[in-house]
Write a protein that binds this ligand. Sequence first.
Ligand SMILES: *Cc1c(COP(=O)(O)O)cnc(C)c1O
Length: 377
Amino acid sequence: MINAPDQWPQAELVVDYNAVAHNVRLLRARVRDAAVMAVVKADGYGHGAVETARAALGAGARELGVATVAEAMQLRRAGITAPILCWLNISTSDFRPAIEAGVELGVSSVAQLRSVVEAAGEFVPIVSLKVDTGLNRSGASAREFPGLLAELHDYVVAGRVRFRAIFSHLAHADDPQHPENDAQRDRFLEAIATAKMHGLEPELVHLANSAATLTRPDLAFDMVRSGIAVYGLSPVPELGNFGLRPAMTLRARVAMVKHVSAGEGVSYGHEWSAPHDTMVALIPLGYADGVFRSLGGRIDVWIGGRRRPAVGRICMDQFVVDLGPDETGVAEGDEAVLFGPGDNGEPTAQEWADLLGTISYEVVTSPRGRVVRTGRR
Ligand SMILES: *Cc1c(COP(=O)(O)O)cnc(C)c1O
């Protein structure tokens, strides 16, 4: 959907799905023979899971990755038939619809494997093993892994499970030369060898996230699972952006423009007072919409072709920007870009992340509330 320039809503998150396609093509070129799985969990990192999935598949991503069964089912209901893996399941997850829809289930424990098989009935579930090689989050630990393999082997022999993949997740991928990356690769190779000893031959194995995709091609194996890079944000900002194009722009309309006299305080607590007579603009987005309150007085907003400083506290619904004493060119309804790709000089999600002491992942998954998402192709 493309809104006419004068029709876009008061607060809008614009996603450029051409950028998503560009990023997927770039990732494919980097990994050569390995396939690309586009990770679209958490509603496509805030970019829209279904729309991102379509753009990524159109650009040559072979598979999709999500955390939960519900996320996988949302994609299937939208008519997406590509392979989907979901990996954050618990024994009480509602596996049946996912099994019927041919969703590949990532299993980390014997208990999970048993509930998948029980839920399957006459269907044959597609199961992949998530093995813990050092992250110590989900995934079967080295101690549990042989028992899991033995039980899976029995199910496979009985024709009750189709075994697809072995996969694992890195702890230090954003630090490419960290020795733990190599240690995890070695443990991963060992786990694959152990599976083969148990008579289980995976169709494919995968380990790399975005950071490893871009910095450790030697860890690409048969497929890479790329999330943040699909959205055009760098998983390792210190190393640059690798030619990725950020897909998300958060913008609002200026709600009003008014004069503030020298010495007058602005917004709750009057944390900022006008040093001289000035014009301010009101932006109708606040912390309930994902504009972090701790960014009060610290961000710039792109209005009328320039960066303008936010002043005073960010409130639930709104905050104020100082336009300067001579500003007469900004009017109610004008575009105010909070963050975007940065091509014109507007702030970026990475800048917000740096100010917040967090990662861009948290910034792009935060817009909510009154923000309306629209797509651009
Ligand atoms: C989220 C996730 C990814 C994608 O990570 P990025 O850093 O966004 O590329 C890959 N694999 C697993 C298991 C994940 O949970």
